[in-house]
Design a protein around this ligand. Sequence first.
Ligand SMILES: [Zn+2]
Length: 90
Amino acid sequence: MGTEGKAGSVVKRFTCGELVEVVTAYLDDALDEPDRAAVESHLARCADCGLYLDQFRATVRAVADQPGEQLSQPVRDRLMAAFKARHPSS
Ligand SMILES: [Zn+2]
């Protein structure tokens, strides 16, 4: 956080790091419209994040196939760590 401009009317944009932070909410359909649109516009122009989202979805599905399992914090942390390793910083 901390990089947003002052103009309220400008379409929100996520960096790759910020997108990682909201991707679970995105997959849960828990984002408000401006945020969801920002995620989708980022995915449309960032192949890395598109791949990451595919991986994330596959992982979520694999976990969901196991009764009683949920996407736990360790799993999220591992996915985010793997992603961040490919994006040292931005
Ligand atoms: Zn990205």
